[in-house]
Ligand binder design. Sequence first.
Ligand SMILES: Nc1ncnc2c1ncn2[C@@H]1O[C@H](COP(=O)(O)OP(=O)(O)OP(=O)(O)O)[C@@H](O)[C@H]1O
Ligand SMILES: [Mg+2]
Length: 289
Amino acid sequence: MTPDGGGPGTVPKPQTGNARADDESATDRPSTDQSTHPAETVIESRDLDVFYGDDQALQGIDMEIPERQVTALIGPSGCGKSTFLRSINRMNDLIDVARVEGELYFHGKNVYDDDVDPVALRRKIGMVFQKPNPFPKSIFDNVAYGLKVQGKADGNLEEKVHTALERAAILDEVEDRLDESGLELSGGQQQRLCIARAIATDPEVILMDEPASALDPVATSQIEDLVEELAQEYTVVIVTHNMQQAARISDKTAVFLTGGELVEFGDTNEIFENPEHDRVEDYITGKFG
Ligand SMILES: Nc1ncnc2c1ncn2[C@@H]1O[C@H](COP(=O)(O)OP(=O)(O)OP(=O)(O)O)[C@@H](O)[C@H]1O
Ligand SMILES: [Mg+2]
């Protein structure tokens, strides 16, 4: 389905605001110039099936997710988007009846191999959920928590917390009240706090399951801007029901349809402007789903 080797598949995204070259300080990873090099695949699923008991939720999913881009997962309710997202960092392990078959590679290593520690994996592949879920702790402690648990709360804890809040575009709004409860923030602020919490421990990949669907339009557009920003440093995989959002913020789009099939995967522009399958066209133009 995907042309091998990345090849012509990776159209550089138009830069929005901060071009990476102007923002060297924001990352300590080597920068890649997407205008000349195709992005590397960081996650790859091969013939991935997921079952809940006897019911099959995903069927033979093959997908290559490029590094430091936004990949959107779209499709009607129940088609398996959340299931696929959870299979990337083995969150499906936490569901008793779930069973995964096939392969899911992260940097070429199958995450379902016996020697992979799912907790360590989830440190590299963080997650943000639909409903903002800050801990009932202070704003500061929400972000510091993961660093403390991971033994990364050394002398510069405060700096790390500030950096994460800044990257999540919420520092200005909370700087003066870091000791207030995270639960006192607005929904949109809570979601950005959760994003700060997810990035504080420096993951490589951020999985987002409809992170803006519970938010008002202003908060939604802040999250969208943030997702685009984050993709300069992180690989982002985002589930959304909002077609405009997928078209606006993603580089790649995966269209799942009922039955847990991945019907089309490719450059977002192609999928939205010239989809290969009629069923995809019907879905994205709102004829069903
Ligand atoms: N914990 C679970 N136990 C049993 N079946 C489940 C579980 N979670 C999901 N499923 C089933 O797996 C299928 C895919 O569900 P999933 O939540 O992945 O869909 P989705 O595309 O994320 O839908 P939505 O857009 O509504 O969030 C559905 O048929 C659903 O009923
Ligand atoms: Mg879902």
